[in-house]
Design a protein around this ligand. Sequence first.
Ligand code: 7TS
Length: 403
Amino acid sequence: MIEQVINDFPILKQEIRGKRLAYLDSGATAQKPRQVIDAISNFYLADNSNVHRGVHALSERSTALYEGVRKKTADFINAKSSKEIVFVKSTTEAINLVAQSYLKPLLNKGDEILISEMAHHANIVPWQLIAKEKGAELKVIPVLDCGELDIDKAHALMTDRTKLLAITHVSNVLGTINPVKELVDMAHAKSIPVLIDGAQAVLHQKVDVQDLDCEFYAFSSHKMYGPTGVGVLFGKYEILDSMTPYQGGGDMIMQVSWDKTEFQAPPTRFEAGTPNIAGVIGLGAAIEYINDLGIDSIYQYEQELLTYATEKLKTIPGLRIIGEANHKAAVVSFVLDGIHPHDIATILDVEGIAVRAGHHCAMPLMERFKVPATVRASMACYNSKEDIDQLVAGIKKVIEIFS
Ligand code: 7TS
């Protein structure tokens, strides 16, 4: 796979500080293949116009392209209909939309929102905001030492006061792939709706929202080889149709008078104002790119890299991997005895290696593992064993410098 793929990512061919670039920070944002960059620039060169507005040819063309990506996105996650796909700016915005338009109106004093200890802040803070406003409470599913969710505790924490389970599909820190289908079934048995944060899942493995049967699924284009500024909220149509928008403006209305406003049907109801049209076109190209490579091949390839990286890293004395779940995506977080993660990342950078060091927007999880931060190497389809070897050599250099 790698020989074919690497040529599609011109950015990866540069040197950083005179060293070969090993980009191991796809968890923060993935690089974009030429196909995505070309789709965006071709849109501006040939098709640019606002959508859903004009009757002129360019507007019809851009509307068709934009709506075409909605269909492509629906097919990508096997949604029943493209009407279940809302374009937003990010996973963060998708979760805020559900918090404000779906859950807040349903929430009463004493109600509970169930999240997990491995949640990204994007799947914590929107719930905290509405819980505070409505006198509701956040309940947290604990993470076991191995980095897996405590499923028994999850079960016990689902009560008749639980109004939503908001769960991470793949942890951006631990790499854990959670048993989301099992959790959805468990929640549904107690009539609890489920939102899945799929920001770190969609680029690594096949997602089928009909099979999962979740009420909502959120993800970001930029983590799956698409541009920044576009996110997707999948919602079951009947639920989207029951929701009142929390942002108003152009395009989302049927009729506006001084007395009242009638809204469009979903998904338009939730897309106030001019959307990120070129970004959505780019997302369409990213989906095509993934489909062409084959998501199952990507999964297999990345699993090989993960195994290779884990084995190599484990041979380094003083290195501790945080997150050793049985079922993991290609993400490895680690700490080194006596060396701060920021120092590690700074020295690795000098060696041409891009990793993220910090709390990864998961501060409660850092507290859980009693570390201030971790170093995270996150992989994608364009990485190779050479990148891992470079990382391992870089870490050995760090240890040498600090010894
Ligand atoms: N959920 C998870 C699991 C994430 O990893 C991220 C971003 C988000 C939500 C938010 O996505 P956004 O596109 O709205 O920002 N995670 C990371 C990361 O791990 N490093 O940088 C961003």
